[in-house]
Unconditional design. Structure first.
Length: 330
């Protein structure tokens, strides 16, 4: 699946520092109207040759890729990052406004972003790089519209994983009862109070310390990008839509099913980057995925946790760049 390409050819596409890159662009926020909702996004090197989208994890935002976009923009990538709906500075709709929020909805958002924002400027296949929830969204996109995706880099891949097991399809009655119970539970669960306590008790900093094995980049900027969206008055209603949507989604939206679908064609090269100190999604899950799906590659990184791209950007950027550079399609 992966083949080294001639270094001279690499230089033509990847090696030169591109003149279109402007460091100041990293702070420029763009707004996109998606189905009546405001979506925030950034781009560096928009006129570069190779489009790449960075997808953040749960509770994060486009700004979590603060130490990655510039690196790729300098290497001829049009580097995009966007706030998935419900996160960051994008709108935070509730059930009444959007229904359930899950990886199918976020996949639709990414697909339309490619069609409406990227395609008028660039017709090349798109590279997707995702952290955690963003990785699941990237996988969903690779299955949903694989013809438009060059490769996926997932760091790490969350969600349930069933090894060599038949997916059990619940009977309609049981499934409806389960989904009804989930909906009622989260409609009455006091998420507003929970989010208030999360802020007041410093739970966010505790969570970041648990997610990051190395603590150097847990700074005020990171705290702001994680905390500010939670302080918005619409945060609880959007979180409720996510809890209901992710808990009651169809089995076909789970990582196990999506990987099996992608395995059929093997048209989208897939790289897993996993920290061996990941406390949220343990490495043994990554090894299970790699064992069951030998067509994808697992890269294990020592002494890093759940957010490798921000804990040690130089390592993450190098691994991702070398994977893309060495694809036989380039």
């Amino acid at each position: 699946m992966v083949k080294k390409v001639d270094n001279a050819n690499n230089l033509k596409i990847f090696g030169n520092m591109n003149s279109n890159f402007k460091e100041a662009n990293i702070n420029n926020t763009n707004y996109w109207n998606w189905n009546g909702f405001k979506i925030c996004w950034n781009v560096i090197g928009e006129d570069n040759e190779i489009p790449i989208i960075f997808l953040h994890g749960f509770g994060a935002s486009r700004k979590h890729w603060r130490n990655n976009l510039g690196y790729f923009a300098k290497r001829n990538f049009a580097s995009y990052s966007l706030d998935l709906i419900g996160f960051g500075d994008s709108d935070q709709p509730g059930i009444r406004e959007i229904g359930k929020l899950n990886n199918e909805i976020w996949c639709d958002q990414v697909k339309d972003f490619i069609t409406q924002v990227i395609r008028p400027k660039n017709s090349r296949k798109v590279i997707l790089i995702g952290n955690s929830l963003g990785a699941l969204v990237a996988l969903t996109c690779a299955v949903s519209f694989e013809e438009q995706i060059e490769t996926v880099i997932a760091s790490p891949l969350p969600d349930q994983f069933q090894e060599n097991k038949r997916i059990i399809i619940n009977k309609a009655l049981f499934k409806n009862l389960k989904n009804r119970f989930i909906t009622i539970f989260f409609l009455f669960f006091p998420l507003e109070i929970i989010l208030f306590l999360v802020i007041k008790l410093g739970v966010i900093r505790l969570g970041l310390n648990y997610a990051y094995f190395t603590k150097d980049n847990i700074d005020s900027e990171l705290m702001d990008l994680v905390t500010k969206p939670v302080l918005r008055r619409t945060a609880a209603r959007s979180l409720r839509a996510m809890c209901i949507g992710m808990s009651s989604r169809d089995e076909k939206l789970h990582a196990s099913y999506l990987l099996k679908k992608l395995n059929v064609s093997k048209k989208v090269p897939f790289l897993l980057i996993w920290g061996d100190k990941d406390n949220f999604i343990p490495l043994f899950l990554g090894k299970k995925i790699a064992f069951s799906h030998t067509w994808l590659k697992l890269k294990i990184v020592s002494n890093l946790g759940h957010c490798i791209h921000d804990e040690d950007p130089s390592v993450f950027n190098r691994i991702s760049y070398e994977w893309i550079r060495d694809l036989k399609t380039f």
